[in-house]
Ligand binder design. Structure first.
Ligand code: B4P
Length: 182
């Protein structure tokens, strides 16, 4: 099983769900920028205050803020890791490459989870988090298409991309992911 992974996909595709399962099973460090940002918001830190308005509107938190969160956790961590929901812009991807080169831990595979917009909308509405109302979800989908989806070609060009459909039950998708990453 590959040990340095990145999960890519639209909001609600199941990145967080599948990343948690895989990290538990394989003992990888699970770095979800969404979870880390929500923890800052809950703790009421300066960083959390800066992030919360943007997250609730469905926009992307600034690249520098997200990068500082990831960098702190990756430097000095010498076992496997899975980045979930990061990078989300080309600038984040390029900065990540510089960091990984510095710490000599290159990405081994990027997994793209794809799902139709209608299913994404239904799943997120059913979850009902603070940023899961229809208007905000539609904005998140637009932001994904504009800012994050260019990363698909970026990682394809680097020969790292594997893609699966996120439609099906959780165990079935987990099996498919393991097949693709072994
Ligand atoms: P995230 O926390 O990353 O959330 P997400 O993309 O909406 O969800 P994910 O794809 O992980 O879906 P999940 O498994 O939970 O981002 C939230 C916000 O944080 C962003 O909008 C942004 O503002 C900010 N942010 C995060 N990272 C950033 C970055 N790098 N740069 C800038 N800003 C950043 O699944 C969704 C639902 O589907 C759940 O309810 C789940 O139970 C359900 N589900 C999962 N798999 C299923 C299945 N197979 N069948 C049916 N339901 C399923």
């Amino acid at each position: 099983m590959k040990q340095r992974l990145l999960f890519l996909g639209p909001p609600g595709a199941g990145k967080g769900t599948q990343a948690s399962l895989l990290c538990q099973k394989q003992g990888l460090l699970h770095l979800s920028t969404g979870d880390l940002l929500r923890a800052e918001v809950d703790a009421g830190t300066k960083l959390g205050l800066e992030a919360s308005e943007i997250m609730n509107s469905g926009g992307l938190v600034s690249d520098s803020l997200v990068l500082s969160i990831v960098e702190k956790r990756l430097i000095g961590h010498n076992q496997g890791w899975l980045l979930d929901g990061f990078p989300r812009t080309l600038l984040q991807a390029l900065a990540l490459e510089v960091l990984l080169e510095k710490i000599k831990q290159p990405i081994e595979a990027v997994l793209l989870i794809e799902l139709d917009d209608q299913l994404l909308l239904e799943r997120l509405l059913a979850r009902g988090r603070a940023d899961d109302n229809e208007e905000v979800i539609r904005h998140r989908l637009e932001v994904y298409k504009e800012k994050t989806s260019p990363l698909i070609d970026h990682y394809k060009t680097h020969g790292l991309l594997k893609s699966i459909k996120g439609d099906g039950d959780v165990e079935q998708i987990a099996g498919l992911i393991e097949e693709n990453l072994s």
